[in-house]
Design a protein around this ligand. Sequence first.
Ligand code: GLA
Ligand code: ZN
Length: 676
Amino acid sequence: MINEKLSKIWYGGDYNPEQWDAATWAEDDRMFKLAGIDVATVNVFSWALIQPDETTYDFEALDATLDRLYKNGVYACLATSTGAHPAWMAKRYPDVLRVDKQGRKRKFGGRHNSCPNSPTYRKYSARLAAKLAERYKDHPGLLIWHVSNEYSGYCYCDNCAAAFRVWLRERYRSLDAVNRAWNTRFWGHTFYDWDEIVPPSELSEERGDNRSTFQGISLDYRRFQSDSLLECYKLEYDELKKATPDVPVTTNLMGFYPELDYFKWAKHMDVVSWDNYPAMDTPVSFTAMAHDLMRGLKSGQPFMLMEQTPSQQNWQPYNALKRPGIMRLWSYQAVAHGADTVMFFQLRRSIGACEKYHGAVIEHVGHEHTRVFRECAALGRELAHLGDAMLDARTPSKAAIVYDWENRWAVELSSGPSILLKYVDEVHKYYDALFRMNVQTDMISVEESLERYDLVIAPVMYMVKPGFAAKIEAFVKRGGTFVTTFFSGIVNENDLVTLGGYPGELRQVLGIWAEEIDALLPGQTNKIVMNGSVGPLSGEYEGSMLCDLIHLEGAEAVATYGEDFYAGMPAVTVNKFGAGEAWYVATSPDRAFLQGLLKHLCDKAGIAPALRDAPEGLEAAVREKDGKRFLFLLNHNKQAAAASLEGVWRDALSGETRQGEVDVPAHGVLILSKEA
Ligand code: GLA
Ligand code: ZN
């Protein structure tokens, strides 16, 4: 459990009383009660108020807020405020200001833009965390620490350049090793002195589209900047823990946010939390995958839904309202995938600056007679009713998809073979095929143990890190099914090609050699022609984007290409290896093919879906706790959907017994439970 002080699904969100007066606070207290709100994330952007100058700290307003909230039954998710530095600090100590990728020194403005290697920022952010921890360590309302806010962005300033050189020395020890790792003899880039190395900005190696002429340095710069921000987080974490060793600490992550290696970050977080802002046209399977990734960061430990909008965003191009029922549906989708909290940005809509048109529990009209408030209050009542029943429940999965940020960086920095290749999209294709069958999937790191899985899929595993290939071999040998795709096994962790034939270290387990890689034009396809039938697969399918030209080295061709000069060469292969199988999908296949392939592989491995034969758009997900099984049926359709249940269940909200055919209303949710 995240914190036993509040043993139910936490309900609340970001709250900015500093933007309001006392009369409004009284209304907040009244309306929070009406909505069943029991946690408020406070102090997210109050640094300038708490520290008006270099030596003054003023906690009076925050004292009053925490006392008032606690008196009204609302706990504090207490932020450290370091997501935006004060203006006086920027003026007096310009080292806190970042230099952007174009080489421009920033001025004061915006947020989330302090240089992570600024001595001033590090000193004052850690000091503020220490002061907050000292002041509130015994406050009964303190529930959890929220460090900074949505760490993000890179800096290219001289302090970062110097720190990068130190980071490189630690990683490589010698300049020779750096030169080798980056293959600097290419284009005459050999370095003779550490000081010759400069950040790979648009003034040096990189371009506006994030491609790089030197992937080695660009990859290391991403690692370094992710580590630098993590260092800032850790400085605060350590200060908080000194005074409050038992209060959990988190920072809000952003799902598939590209710039930080969250697997590395999560090791330093007590609980993962994240902000979920899908657009109205984001596939629901993409959101589900993001939840699963956030759960996977700490090997299946439940996470916090820290932010979502009750109605609409302000920062998307078209900020559609969440239709009636959608906020509830998406909240339970998070819970179904492992969230133990449902929290919003924001509790009250502010009146000025860029978030005044961002949805809130309390709208500008100020009273509770709004659609949004009614929906929020109804959900609040349900969450109160559910109590602690499913808190800390786990999400059992036999299938896993491997995801790796460094691999993503390397793939997307790559010059060639195709700008159409987007790592996350390829991962999502495989996830979506499992999702459509309601097969629960874990999103795991390359470091995760594979022991509990029967099916492991690693789409576009371009970068194979030390130990990964051996782990896959052992997994397949003992009977596991492994699937990987085109453009896998190409490079090592430094983005240097593994010589001797693709897919490099994965060649043996896959039993193939990929001789060449063809890139197809947008809209161009090749045919995947099945050699007979495999499960539901037979006949022809389409492949696009990239086609590996492969030779069999022990594997068997399940399908071949139907067109072009490589017609007849294998397009899909399977290699029997020990007691298991390793599959290679040499092109980016259409949905029908993937659906069929994964159906076949799940059937063969005995992986059961959470619900059999569900109609399209009816999502089913399971959590388990203390011998109890919770089945969530989430209807993403605009019309009712029927599910046929196996066994007798209890409706966790109404208490009624459910069995056989049940109807889930349009955009509705059923939460069922039974003894496992
Ligand atoms: C992020 C931030 C919040 C707010 C919301 C708006 O998630 O953490 O402070 O800006 O976006 O959607
Ligand atoms: Zn910097």
